[in-house]
Design a protein around this ligand. Structure first.
Ligand SMILES: [Zn+2]
Length: 209
């Protein structure tokens, strides 16, 4: 089963990819991990990629495509894969479609507010101004322990801007890819606002397994 996972930061994409990979006994191929692996091993591709990564620049498509396609072509991926972080644009999509096309594209849908709430390091109750953090999370996610108000991200947290920028980028780059998979009839939309196990159950059902 060739599966592509898509979703914004906070959607649980990495976790769900791992669960699915274990469930189906096919490799989880994360592009971020592939980069790190190639760079650590000092492969030709790793050396090329490193020059861009060190400068904080985007690694050119042909390098990313080479890395991903060679991973998809490895013997342990013969029965399929759960691919995470690829394709990111039309060029990458075309390259993949020509070699190992996705049979399923799972889109973990999550609204920006929920994603921010999950990623937030500091949350504030707008009523009683109690601050919650990673170390002292509220008992119920996103809800004040004291008064039950929905918690909000503190405005002064620079993190919010960075997260929002990454989300916008995801929406921009994934639009065409989502449309393509939708037309092809392989797109599965999943409500990623639910709990980890509920999201996983939805994925399993959508794949009919
Ligand atoms: Zn409160």
């Amino acid at each position: 089963m060739n599966i592509v996972m898509m979703g914004i930061q906070g959607s649980g994409k990495g976790t769900q990819s791992k669960l699915l990979s274990r469930h189906l006994d096919i490799p989880h191929i994360s592009v971020g991990e592939l980069f790190r692996d190639h760079i650590n091993r000092g492969t030709e591709l790793g050396k090329k990629a490193e020059q861009y990564v060190n400068k904080g620049e985007l690694v050119p498509d042909h390098i990313v495509i080479d890395m991903v396609l060679s991973a998809l072509g490895s013997p342990d991926a013969r029965a399929g894969f759960v691919l995470d972080g690829f394709p990111r644009n039309k060029v990458q999509l075309t390259a993949m479609e020509e070699s190992r096309p996705a049979e399923y594209a799972i889109l973990l849908e999550l609204d920006e507010q929920t994603a921010l709430r999950r990623l937030a390091h500091r949350l504030e109750c707008p009523k009683c101004h109690i601050i919650y953090g990673k170390n002292i999370p509220p008992r119920r996610e996103g809800i004040c322990d004291v008064c039950g108000s929905p918690l909000v991200q503190r405005d002064d947290d620079q993190e919010v801007d960075a997260i929002k920028r990454r989300m916008n980028l995801f929406h921009q780059e994934s639009k065409e890819i989502i449309q393509y998979y939708e037309r092809k009839g392989v797109l599965k939309r999943i409500d990623a606002s639910l709990s980890e196990s509920e999201v996983f159950q939805q994925i399993i059902r959508s794949l009919g397994i």
